[in-house]
Design a protein around this ligand. Structure first.
Ligand code: GLP
Length: 251
């Protein structure tokens, strides 16, 4: 795993944006894997800013998102479809029929999982997959214990994840209990992975990622089995590794 430690969240976001833009410049029809949560927001802001200056053209790009809450329609303000439209898609020229996100209100969820995985295989896999990390090491919505050979599937959200995400909802009860997520194997199909982590609340997860054995109890540890992962982490999220002697080069 390649590690880039940045001074703060802003430089982390700039660096991630640069790497995504380089990918699209190299490959104008790139398939990008995208993520939600608060961590990629700065990256998306930088992409939008840069797009406004005419730097990157997304007209041939396709995107796949990792996950979606079950039961929320795309126009629900807390759905990940809505998040992506508001935080990124509406500002770029990526064609709307090239933006894939699992359908959280499909009649047949099992069929939806299969359909999504097929799309990833047929159109993807992503050339570059952007990832955040949950405090319990989840990636996408793959909670601890998810088999490493999982593909797109339905999951029950861990209570800790519902609590962590409750800040986006009016009350904890409003946070859906289930989600549809790309599995660990689906994520590892990506050619290259960009993992972002920022702030003190991720320090423990980053320490575990870099120090623990690869184990299904800590889903992000599966990334150690991928040949091309870049971790971009800010000083606050890296401090525990550093205190225990991690190497680094600050950008
Ligand atoms: C959410 C998402 C993940 C995200 C993670 C971290 O539950 N499903 O894709 O990476 O939690 O979120 P944040 O970036 O807000 O800390």
């Amino acid at each position: 795993m390649k590690i880039i430690v940045t001074k703060d969240y802003e430089s982390l976001s700039l660096r991630a944006c640069q790497l995504i833009e380089e990918e699209v410049e190299r490959r104008p029809d790139a398939v990008l894997g995208l993520a939600t949560g608060s961590t990629p927001l700065g990256t998306y802001k930088q992409m939008i800013r840069s797009y406004k200056h005419g730097r990157t053209d997304y007209q041939h790009v396709t995107t796949f998102n990792l996950d979606e809450y079950v039961g929320l329609t795309g126009d629900h303000p807390q759905s990940y479809r809505f998040f992506m439209e508001e935080q990124l898609f509406k500002y770029l020229n990526v064609p709307s029929n090239h933006t894939y996100i699992p359908n959280g209100t499909a009649d047949d969820m099992e069929e939806e999982c299969e359909r999504y995985e097929r799309l990833i295989d047929e159109i993807g896999p992503p050339d570059l997959q952007l990832l955040g990390i949950g405090q319990n090491g989840h990636i996408g919505f793959n909670e601890p214990g998810t088999p490493f050979d999982s593909e797109t599937h339905l999951i029950k959200l861990a209570e800790s994840t519902r609590k962590a995400n409750a800040r986006f909802f009016d009350t904890l009860e409003d946070v859906p209990t289930r989600a549809i997520t790309m599995g660990i194997r689906s994520i590892l199909k990506s050619k290259r992975i960009l993992l972002l982590a920022s702030g003190e609340r991720k320090a423990e997860a980053i320490y575990r990622l870099l120090n623990e054995v690869v184990d299904e109890k800590f889903p992000a540890s599966s990334l150690n089995r991928h040949a091309d992962v870049t971790l971009i982490v800010d000083e606050k999220a890296y401090h525990k590794v550093e205190e225990t002697g991690g190497n680094r080069s600050v950008e």
